[in-house]
Ligand binder design. Sequence first.
Ligand SMILES: Nc1ncnc2c1ncn2[C@@H]1O[C@H](COP(=O)(O)OP(=O)(O)OP(=O)(O)O)[C@@H](O)[C@H]1O
Ligand SMILES: [Mg+2]
Length: 236
Amino acid sequence: MSLLELDNVGASYGAAPVLHGVSFSVEENDAAGILGANGAGKSTTLRAISGMVTTTGSIRFDGRDITGMRPDKIARLGIAHVPEGRGTLGDLSVRDNLRVGAFQQRDRKTVADDIEYCLDLFPNLRARIGSNASTLSGGEQQMLAIARGIMAKPRLILLDEASLGLAPSTAQNVYATIGRLRSEAGVSMVIVEQNAALAFRVVDHAIVLETGRISLQGPREKLMGMDEVRRAYLGG
Ligand SMILES: Nc1ncnc2c1ncn2[C@@H]1O[C@H](COP(=O)(O)OP(=O)(O)OP(=O)(O)O)[C@@H](O)[C@H]1O
Ligand SMILES: [Mg+2]
């Protein structure tokens, strides 16, 4: 049994259908990538998994049918969604943003230890721990958004454009950290990433979406060797 299974999933905003017949699965401790052009439905696929958009078909997590379940309930089952555009709470300090991420954890010592782990993963945040999130640089806000997701101790983390707006070296650091999170904490991942070369460093397999449908799907090596993938996503 896979940790996450999408079977023939469709999604729509109001009357407008956006995803059609999307099926893929993610195993325990596995990282899956979603590639595709702007508007292809990548973010919508993540929103379907975290319950933020109306879906058809079936989505199962850890053997349980989560189709149509409320987002807060899905989050409690162990799925953390780090959305596009960061979504940190600007009026709260870095520390309080991290505490909000630990919404299921009542034990203060555990929360403090988890904050320490996040500051170890993202050392840039340590010096800014008492600052309002709105005063962080774009890259630091991105790190905070990911760290807040980690604070929930998810079994599956959904990452939407984690490298967007980051300097190349920062983006590489963020992906190195994401790789570390997977090997140290065993977190499974679904990664949406414009920078396919970065994504391919972490993912085991990927799907390519074209106007809401899967056009290609397979293990990393297979996709990286395909002409159409190289041309469209790897710059030749
Ligand atoms: N809240 C919304 N209401 C109506 N239509 C939406 C909404 N969000 C997205 N869409 C539409 O759904 C389609 C898929 O959007 P989605 O955000 O999933 O694309 P994406 O692959 O993540 O693109 P990008 O690479 O630009 O982030 C697009 O046509 C988009 O205009
Ligand atoms: Mg998107």
